[in-house]
Design a protein around this ligand. Structure first.
Ligand code: GLP
Length: 260
């Protein structure tokens, strides 16, 4: 696991954008996994700036949503397909039909989840999965207790997660109770996982995920088993990492063989 500690939110966005741009330059038809939440938004804006500057194009890229609420009408502004279109695809010029999400409106949800797994495999798998981290350690909507071998499936949101998302809906009562999420193992199949976290409120859970035991109680800790994970955090989110100085030394020494 490569842990990159940067100064602030803008530096996190810059570093994350560097990684996405490098991938798309070497592989213009790359497959991205895209996350919602506030954390990746500055990265998406930075990518939009780089597209405008002619540094990169998303025209041939394809993207898969990490998760989607169950029970919202398809035109609801908080439906993740709409959030990703508004906050990412439109910003970077990714054609809307290149973005896929699980069909949470299908009458047979298990079949829809299996079809989503198949679609990811048929696209050649995800090259780069962007992730935020929930205050309870969730990735996607894999809440504490999720099987670390889980694939795409319906799940029940914790009250912590629903509370964290209440401001987007007006009240916690309006936040859906269920969602479909890529599983922990689905995320683990991505060739490169890029986890972003900013702010002091994420510092404890970042430390638990990166340096704590691998446990279903902190689903993000399963990333410790992945061969290619980059964690980009700002100083505030890094403040409880016990090996922070070591991560800074690795970054400063920067040999060419360091994992990218
Ligand atoms: C939601 C999403 C997660 C995201 C999390 C954190 O629960 N399903 O993918 O990581 O929010 O959100 P934020 O980045 O706003 O803290």
């Amino acid at each position: 696991m490569e842990v990159v500690i940067t100064e602030d939110v803008d530096a996190v966005a810059g570093r994350a954008a560097d990684i996405v741009v490098a991938l798309l330059r070497s592989r213009p038809g790359a497959v991205l996994g895209v996350a919602t939440g506030s954390t990746p938004l500055p990265t998406y804006l930075e990518l939009g700036r780089r597209v405008a500057a002619g540094e990169v194009s998303f025209e041939r890229c394809r993207a898969f949503l990490l998760d989607e609420y169950i029970g919202l009408p398809p035109d609801h502004p908080e439906c993740y397909a709409n959030v990703v279109r508004r906050r990412f695809a439109d910003v970077v010029g990714l054609p809307p039909h290149h973005v896929a999400g699980p069909d949470v409106w299908a009458p047979d949800l298990s079949a829809a989840c299996a079809a989503y797994e198949d679609a990811i495999v048929s696209a050649g798998g995800i090259d780069l999965q962007l992730l935020g981290i929930g205050a309870d350690g969730h990735i996607g909507f894999n809440e504490p207790g999720s099987s670390l071998a889980s694939l795409t499936r319906p799940t029940t949101l914790t009250s912590v997660t629903r509370g964290a998302n209440a401001h987007r809906f007006g009240s916690i009562d309006d936040v859906p109770r269920h969602a479909v999420t890529q599983g922990v193992a689905t995320i683990g199949r991505a060739r490169h996982v890029l986890l972003l976290a900013t702010g002091a409120h994420k510092s404890s859970i970042v430390a638990a995920a990166v340096e704590g035991p691998i446990t279903a109680m902190v689903p993000a800790s399963a990333l410790q088993l992945h061969p290619h994970v980059t964690v980009v955090v700002d100083e505030a989110a890094a403040s409880r990492l016990s090996l922070a100085d070591y991560y800074r030394e690795i970054e400063a020494a920067g040999p060419a063989w360091r994992p990218a």
